[in-house]
Design a binder for this molecule. Structure first.
Ligand code: FAD
Length: 477
């Protein structure tokens, strides 16, 4: 098949029967649950856009593996052009949905595996790469969405996996069988797990001798027995359930914790099992790809923020205020720096032994470090420009209340030629852009916390060459 329509994507999720809990209750119908559906719609946009002529050349590419057109979100980079396209479509998607569309993380896992499974095989004569290629064909043929099962719950952060009192703080093998392995543990903050068909598990950190049971990578369907999704609370999350005050009329983000309660994984889906020294490479490759991905989608989100700020200025009658225009410029330059850094990481990418391409990790991490600070600055500027109702706008229910609705509409007006309803809608959208915790906190922690970006920047930078340049110019032998 190669490409799914959005409808086929929704139907395929409907056919799955994952175990899901949310707000204290079991959820049997994921696709029609308003909270989850808003997230699924955001991922659905990656299928929708592939159907539109306008975006086809950007989102659809030809697979040399299955000889069919495929969605780029199933294509590990085979060239610089692929690396650049990743950033460009992420910007289009971020702009399209104004929140996280939840499909880049799976591609980042596929991209890391396309490099590291080859390297493990080269050292140990294992068959991980062949298994991975078969899995990738399955993903491409069925246009599947995958999620990134990377972050373990980690228990006491000062201890390694094998040192924890409770050995399940990091996902690990509890049984090796002839036909596969049984795993136990939990992965936290699983962006869009229920918008996805498969979870791809990678280790969350560097490992050492003694940690063999934790050096794990595999992929399994989201409705595999023993896999339990517990959807996390996040700010504004009941807005979709309430059916009002949503801000973003269609799209949202949610992040479950997934518990692996003795889950069976067949060997043909295992891509690493025990090779401790490769855990660090898996993590570093995945995180560098993911930090680069953010440079595209978050620039696209700032585009929405700039648009919202400009509209609010129109509605408030502040469109001529020069200090607000300056703040708009401050927002735009943040988006373009993020985007530029992420694009540069692509253009400076290099081919790896497996034949696949890897981005420049220093530029990718510089982009993400920039995002961690500058997205919140963009949000601060947006809230400043829009005004205080970002914080405490009365509910749509009060606005439609016959006793006070007319009074509220009178007092919530900005410019008299602008319908008050439009001003209210835009305030709600700004609230969502600035305060949707499931999205905004990923600016800081998504793809690893800021210190991880800083460490990578120092480790991967050629500091020796910089010292030599300084000495040469100072005339020191
Ligand atoms: C909205 C959102 C979406 C996400 N989506 C995904 C996803 O789809 N898939 C996925 O796998 N993960 C996802 N993540 C997880 C993300 O990668 C982690 O949040 C991040 O790696 C930090 O891990 P943590 O949350 O456990 O925080 P911690 O690791 O506890 O970090 C908290 C702070 O403590 C510091 N710290 C931690 N350990 C140590 C130590 N040993 N020594 C010194 N300092 C330390 C960190 O630098 C940080 O400042 C997401 C996170 C968020 C917030």
């Amino acid at each position: 098949m190669g490409l799914k329509t959005k409808q086929q994507y929704l139907d395929s999720l409907r056919a799955m029967k994952p175990t899901v809990y949310m707000f204290g209750e079991r959820v049997d119908n994921v696709v029609d649950n308003p909270r989850l559906r808003a997230g699924i719609e955001a991922t659905g946009a990656t299928y929708e856009l592939a159907e539109l002529e306008e975006y086809r050349s950007l989102i659809v590419t030809q697979s040399t593996l299955i000889n069919e057109p495929i969605n780029r979100y199933t294509q590990p980079p085979k060239s610089i052009e692929d690396l650049v396209a990743r950033v460009k479509i992420n910007r289009v998607m971020g702009n399209r949905v104004g929140t996280c569309f939840q499909r880049c993380t799976g591609l980042d896992c596929l991209s890391a595996l396309s490099i590291v499974t080859y390297d493990i095989d080269k050292k140990y004569g294992t068959e991980y790469n062949a298994r991975f290629i078969e899995f990738l064909k399955h993903v491409q043929k069925n246009d599947l969405t995958c999620n990134a099962g990377v972050t373990d719950v980690k228990g006491d952060r000062s201890l390694g996996p094998a040192e924890q009192e409770d050995k399940d703080m990091y996902l690990h093998v509890v049984e090796r069988r002839k036909d596969g392995i049984v795993v136990r543990g939990a992965k936290a903050h699983q962006t869009g797990s229920l918008s996805s068909h498969e979870t791809i598990v990678l280790p969350t950190r560097a490992l050492r001798k003694g940690d063999e049971d934790y050096a794990l990578s595999f992929a399994i369907p989201m409705d595999t027995p023993g896999l339990i999704h517990v959807v996390g609370r996040s700010s504004l999350d009941t807005r979709e359930l309430d059916g009002c005050d949503r801000g973003n009329a269609r799209y949202s983000k949610y992040c479950p914790t997934i518990i692996f309660d003795d889950v069976f994984v067949p060997w043909n889906r295992v891509f690493m099992c025990g090779e401790v020294e490769f855990a660090v490479d898996m993590v570093n490759r995945f995180s560098a790809f993911h930090r680069q991905s953010h440079g595209g989608c978050k620039a696209g989100k700032i585009d929405c923020m700039v648009g919202a700020a400009l509209v609010m200025m129109d509605y408030n009658g502040t469109d001529k205020a020069s200090h607000l225009k300056n703040k708009i410029i401050d927002m735009i330059h943040r988006a373009e720096t993020l985007y530029g850094c992420s694009l540069a990481a692509s253009y400076e990418g290099k081919q790896q032994s497996s034949g696949n391409y890897f981005i420049d990790p220093v530029l990718a991490n510089a982009s993400k470090l920039h995002e961690g600070k500058e997205m919140s600055e963009a949000g601060r500027l947006l809230a400043d420009i829009a005004g205080g109702f970002v914080a405490d706008l009365p509910s749509d229910r009060d606005l439609s209340n016959p006793e006070i609705g007319a009074l509220l509409k009178k007092y919530l007006k900005g410019r008299t030629d602008i319908p008050v309803e439009n001003r209210i809608k835009m305030f709600r959208f700004v609230e969502k852009l600035v305060m949707e915790s499931a999205d905004t906190i990923s600016d800081i922690h998504g793809g690893g916390s800021p210190e991880a970006h800083r460490i990578t920047i120092f480790r991967e930078s050629n500091v020796k060459a910089k010292k030599e340049a300084a000495k040469r110019l100072a005339g020191i032998e």
